[in-house]
Design a protein around this ligand. Structure first.
Ligand code: DAH
Length: 356
């Protein structure tokens, strides 16, 4: 061990330490820096500790002088440390407060309510009208087999209706007859197969056709099928039901027109048009200047269809109808391009908030 410092050496050390200490503390930029400075100044091996330990070996009057100076320097450094630490702590607190500051005067964030898709709105309206008339809502599979989609509906393998309703066939090993349903009519068959008459159902859902995508057509669109089978159902029941439905959905003052049409699963078959609800029938772009808008195909259920599901056509009769409602939604909401219905663009969808 080296010899203890003389009193002059000690006093010089104290002056150096005071200067060094004040500088260290002043430069501390965090509470941790202050603690490091404290250790460096007052640690066991610090010059300050060496001076303190040497005090005892000094003669009386020198010890008092050096001791007094030691106390002064220690007091000044400790005061500087305390002051700097407090300043830094309060700075840190202010920073934290600033970070998670809450402005209680800001207006609250409103929860944005979602909206129904325009197709859902129209579908619900259609279904709701029929529900009030006593119809039940059923839904069916989008993947169908050829028999339900065509054969059972009296659409022969070589009938042109198969080409008109061309759809996507699925390649599932062992199930060569699977396809995406081309219409909701197969649910007529499934419903009648599952239960005895009377039957009153409506069937909303997606249907698929081999169509190019254009502003007016999509390979996926939507239909609602209707089927009523009971004792004594007549053509006039079909006419009355469809007319009151269309007037309720589209407007009480509409004119409804029925013209003959052909679908293999009905006999006789018909088509229902309404006077254009945009121009009132005088002719406009929406109705292609004919004054009428096609709404649905319909007719009396073909006896062969009833036979196909095991119903007795001598005892039961019925009517069926099928309507696409993508076009109705477009006219109703002024949507110029069917593709918009598929884009899920929030700017489009949010316009329907509160509708429906
Ligand atoms: N399924 C036919 C189609 O998609 C529409 C249709 C016509 C349905 C007449 C019917 C009906 O129930 O009776 O073109």
């Amino acid at each position: 061990m080296s010899a203890p410092p003389s009193s002059d050496e000690s006093l010089a050390t104290l002056d150096r330490e005071l200067a060094r200490g004040l500088d260290l503390v002043a430069r501390a930029s965090s509470v941790e820096d202050v603690e490091d400075a404290q250790t460096s100044l007052f640690g066991r091996k610090a010059p300050f500790a060496v001076v303190e330990r040497a005090l005892g070996s000094l003669p009386e009057d020198e010890r008092r002088r050096v001791g007094q100076r030691t106390n002064e320097v220690r007091a000044r450094l400790k005061a500087a440390i305390t002051e700097r630490r407090q300043a830094l702590e309060s700075e840190r607190e202010t920073a934290v407060l600033e970070l998670d500051r809450i402005d209680v005067t800001l207006p609250g964030r409103r929860l944005r309510a979602g909206s129904l898709h325009p197709l859902t709105i129209v579908q619900q309206e259609i279904v709701e009208i029929f529900t009030r008339m006593g119809y039940r809502v059923v839904e069916g599979p989008e993947v169908e087999d050829e028999w339900h989609n065509f054969d059972a509906l009296n659409i022969q393998p070589d009938h042109p209706a198969r080409t008109m309703m061309d759809t996507t066939y699925l390649s599932v090993p062992g199930h060569p007859e699977l396809l995406l349903r081309a219409h909701t009519s197969p649910m007529q068959i499934r419903t009648m197969q599952a239960e005895p008459p009377p039957v009153y159902v409506v069937v909303p859902g997606r249907v698929f056709r081999n169509e190019a995508i254009t502003a007016k057509n999509m390979p996926v669109f939507h239909q609602v099928e209707g089927l009523a089978v009971d004792k004594g159902i007549r053509f006039s029941d079909l006419k009355g039901t469809v007319e009151s439905f269309l007037r309720e959905l589209l407007g009480a003052d509409l004119r409804v027109r029925m013209t003959p049409s052909f679908f293999p699963f009905v006999e006789p078959g018909a088509q229902f048009d309404v006077s254009c609800f945009v121009c009132g029938g005088s002719g406009c772009k929406t109705c292609a200047f004919v004054g009428w808008i096609e709404t649905m195909g319909a007719g009396m259920v073909h006896p062969r269809v009833l036979e196909n599901v095991g119903y007795n056509p001598e005892r039961y009769t019925g009517f069926a109808f099928g309507m696409g409602y993508d076009r109705l939604a477009m006219i109703r909401f002024g949507i110029p391009d069917i593709r918009i219905l598929w884009e899920s663009d929030v700017r489009f969808l949010e316009q329907f908030e509160g509708v429906g």
